[in-house]
Design a protein around this ligand. Structure first.
Ligand code: ADP
Length: 447
């Protein structure tokens, strides 16, 4: 017990003893000691009750307490209560100031921020940007059902999916179709979710401008290149023996440029598309074509193995998937030294899907390069890619085509031992193989 409380306590006890002693003395003087002492004791009890009542009244009045003066336990209690209240007020004021500062910061954010109550899916709070980006109005929309309020955004569906939901969504703003928003749903507590919407229209416009620029440049380059290439082809090296090596190099380089322009145009075209036609793809003829292409490219320098074990066909774009598979096969041939083996295998997977894999016994790719290998113009070895006639765009094209088929590319590689590029298709992309003439090839066919 602190010193001042102990002294107040003893002071009150001393006062009690003094009163009782005085009462006893007065009692003895008047000849009735016990009744007088009893009266005095009752008086003391009454006074304590009165002080207790005062404390209760002060506490229940929820008013600001006055600092108590005087000593004794009751005044000490008053002082403690006053101090407690003052501390509480200061803490409250500090918390309020902090809360206001946070709210002001959230309100000033350029992104729309909406606090949503999880169970009821109702709006609890939102900032200013939520008005300009999502059209929420204060105070009318506080407590509004967010799903209905933000239609046609798939909010209800998204909230219902909960923590398993896609973390991000790109959509048009419900108030302006030209405003493209990037929406994020962040479950930050069991009861509350944060919806954050960012205006990405400018970024998308820039992205579109970049794509248009690349597409236009490629398109503009195509005609002059065709002319140059055409004239170069017309020149017979035999007629200009001195120029023969230069002529061959010029032809090679113009061929490379033409290929580059064609690949850039293919990429631009794929980027501009949201989906591709859904055709039936007969896999047996597709694999036979891939084998022919590999053999033509290999010129008998490699062993080509094709294994068709899936017994199903695919659905998607015949032309684009052929270009993707053929890119993988051509890479396998180009990056495998003579004497190596290229294995193309089409098989079912345990999850009900199917996989087309292209395995080679070539140079392999160091692990550090794997994460970036599908980026445009990314090459492990620029000289090797150039020598083999590569543009550095092949795997980018493959990735785009596969994305449009909801398929995924997996790459395993070991330097010096070879690489395996596997394309995984979902079960939804599979179709029963009907045509008897396209039944699976024998297990393994070797060229
Ligand atoms: P490129 O036209 O240069 O072949 P790609 O986009 O097709 O461009 O491939 C990118 C890079 O990935 C290549 O330059 C090469 O370094 C590497 N690569 C692709 N496939 C293979 C493979 N089967 N074996 C080894 N390296 C490969």
């Amino acid at each position: 017990m602190p010193q001042h409380i102990r002294s107040a306590w003893f002071k009150t006890l001393g006062q009690l003893a003094l009163i009782l002693v005085l009462a006893a003395v007065v009692g003895l003087v008047v000849g009735h000691p016990w009744p007088v002492v009893t009266l005095a004791a009752l008086g003391v009890v009454a006074w304590h009750y009165w002080r207790l009542r005062k404390v209760l009244l002060r506490l229940t009045a929820r008013q600001r307490l006055e600092p108590a003066r005087g000593d004794g336990v009751w005044n000490e209690l008053d002082r403690l209560l006053y101090r407690g209240q003052a501390e509480m007020r200061t803490r409250k004021r500090r918390l309020l100031a902090m809360l206001r500062a946070y709210r002001a910061a959230a309100a000033a954010l350029p992104d729309a921020v909406v606090v949503v109550e999880r169970n009821s899916q109702r709006v609890q709070w939102f900032n200013k940007a939520a008005t300009s980006l999502l059209g929420l109005e204060y105070p009318h929309d506080i407590g509004a059902a967010i799903g209905e309020r933000l239609q046609p955004l798939p909010m209800s569906h998204w909230l219902a999916a909960g923590r398993n939901a896609e973390p991000m969504l790109d959509a048009a703003s419900p108030i302006d179709a030209n405003l493209r928003l990037n929406l994020r749903l962040i479950p930050y507590s069991d009861q509350h979710w944060l919806l954050v919407a960012r205006d990405v229209s400018k970024m998308l416009r820039l992205e579109q401008m970049r794509r248009d620029f690349v597409a236009n440049v490629s398109h503009e380059l195509r005609t002059p290149l065709t002319v140059v290439h055409g004239y170069l082809d017309m020149l017979e090296p035999g007629e200009f023996p001195d120029w023969a090596p230069m002529l061959a190099e010029m032809q090679k380089q113009s061929q490379r440029m033409t290929q580059l322009v064609e690949d850039l145009l293919t990429l631009s075209r794929l980027e501009a598309q949201d989906s591709l036609p859904d055709e039936s793809i007969a896999m047996a003829p597709m694999l036979a074509t891939l084998r022919r292409e590999a053999e033509a490219l290999s010129q008998r320098r490699h062993t080509i193995v094709v294994q068709d074990e899936a017994g199903v066909d695919l659905s998607g774009s015949n032309k684009e998937l052929h270009s993707a598979f053929s890119n993988l096969v051509s890479n396998a041939v180009r990056y495998t030294p003579a004497g190596g083996t290229i294995t193309v295998r089409f098989a079912r997977e345990a999850d009900g899907g199917a996989v087309l894999s292209v395995r080679d016994t070539g140079y392999g790719i160091p692990a550090a390069h794997l994460p970036r290998i599908t980026e445009r113009f990314y090459r492990v070895s620029t000289s090797r890619s150039r020598e083999s006639g590569g543009t550095g765009l092949g795997l980018s094209i493959v990735k785009h085509v596969l994305n449009l088929h909801q398929a995924r590319l997996e790459i395993e590689s070991e330097v010096g031992h070879g690489s395996t590029f596997s394309v995984h298709f979902n079960a939804e992309r599979l179709q029963p193989r009907l045509d008897a003439s396209t039944l699976p090839l024998p297990d393994s066919q070797t060229a």
